[in-house]
Design a binder for this molecule. Structure first.
Ligand SMILES: Cc1cc2nc3c(=O)[nH]c(=O)nc-3n(C[C@H](O)[C@H](O)[C@H](O)COP(=O)(O)O)c2cc1C
Length: 347
């Protein structure tokens, strides 16, 4: 079974991602991971930390002579920015885990919540996802993302202006990003049990990105206003192509199973919670009204959230892939996939 966890604090020593269940003999290098780590740090509206700290992956286990060996792959991302780690604060920040986390974990210093709840942790998800992407590449499956809108604006020129205006006012913005997975064959996921549905697993993974508040697949929420006759993708057959659809309103998944079309997911991210012009709040210790604590922060992180989305989607697709075609080596997975391809192509 493919699974991963991450560890580490935002300004602690390092972040660590451990990915287990990746087949042996997959060619892998730190560059494969660094490429996506760099993409996560880009985008208009990012904060100062992205300039001072460029993430570099160190693969500390699971790899020998440039290939995976079937054991857990541990990836270390050293933090360069550590100066805030010892700085306590108590002015709770609205829109963050601060209040609920401090009460739940019985903490007097909100730093103990911020350090792990910070979206810095998503660098670990991107590292694990990059290995999954590397596996999917072997089978010509591609995972990409694009920004759909920021602050309601759909063009890059408009959203850059909106971001500049928000930054000037000490405010922040959210938006919508889209994920596209091409090359996935028919048959990933299943309707047989709720937790095997590919749509459910992808939606959970994308919803679990900090700040994401809504996820849709295919036409998603727009389906609410449509007639069935206008939205369901009709089925065709041709000797050369086999079964196919002319439309993809389902977003590549029907009955919890990939249907051979591109998988299309959209997600909405709320505006960044930390505001340079801070919101009204309460001090955790004194209970007196205060302005929320402000720490260096992004104004908008939609593009970066899209890269995190790619990573978590790559993990879910790779997991479903290995569930269907699983093997202990890349060669075994390849054989299993080839046999399935042959069987499906004669239908
Ligand atoms: C890539 C990425 C970067 C983020 N950067 C920041 C940031 O700099 N400042 C901030 O306040 N929130 C940032 N966020 C969003 C917060 O992590 C998020 O608002 C917070 O976790 C609370 O959201 P939740 O209620 O969905 O967990 C970022 C999120 C992502 C995915």
């Amino acid at each position: 079974m493919l699974r991963y966890i991450t560890a580490g604090e935002s300004h602690g020593q390092a972040l660590v991602a451990i990915l287990e269940g990746c087949p042996a003999n997959l060619p892998l290098s730190a560059d494969d991971i660094d490429r996506d780590l760099a993409r996560r740090q880009e985008g208009y509206g990012r904060g100062p930390r992205m300039q001072i700290e460029k993430d570099k992956a160190e693969i500390i286990s699971g790899l020998r002579l440039g290939k995976t060996i079937g054991s857990p792959i541990a990836i270390l991302l050293a933090n360069k920015s550590k100066e805030l780690f010892d700085k306590p604060f108590t002015q709770l920040r609205p829109g963050h885990a601060d209040l609920a986390g401090a009460l739940k974990y019985d903490q007097k210093d909100v730093r103990n919540i911020l350090e792990r709840a910070s979206a810095r942790e998503t660098a670990g998800r991107v590292a694990a996802g990059a290995v999954c992407r590397r596996l999917l590449q072997e089978f010509n499956i591609n995972v990409s993302s694009r920004t759909v809108s920021i602050g309601g604006a759909a063009s890059e020129k408009e959203w850059k202006t909106l971001i500049d205006q928000a930054r000037e006012k000490g405010d922040s913005l959210g938006g919508i990003f889209e994920l596209m997975i091409t090359g996935a064959p028919v048959g990933l996921g299943s309707y047989v049990q709720w937790d095997e549905r590919l749509d459910g697993n992808l939606a959970r993974a994308v919803m679990a990105i900090p700040g994401v508040k809504g996820v849709e697949i295919g036409l998603g929420f727009a389906l609410a206003d449509q007639l069935g006759s206008k939205v369901h993708d009709e089925i065709f057959y041709d000797k050369k192509r086999g079964f196919y659809h002319k439309t993809n309103n389902a977003g590549g998944i029907e009955g919890g199973i990939s249907n051979g079309e591109s998988i299309v997911i959209r997600a909405v991210m709320k505006p960044i919670s930390t505001l340079r012009t801070p919101l009204q709040s309460v001090d955790l210790g004194t209970k007196a009204p205060v302005s929320a604590h402000v720490e260096r922060s992004d104004v908008c992180a939609i593009e970066a959230a899209g890269i995190v989305g790619e990573a978590v989607a790559a993990f879910e697709i790779a997991r479903a892939w290995l569930e269907k075609f699983g093997g202990d080596s890349l060669e075994e997975v390849r054989d299993n996939f080839s046999a399935y391809q042959k069987r499906v192509s004669v239908l």
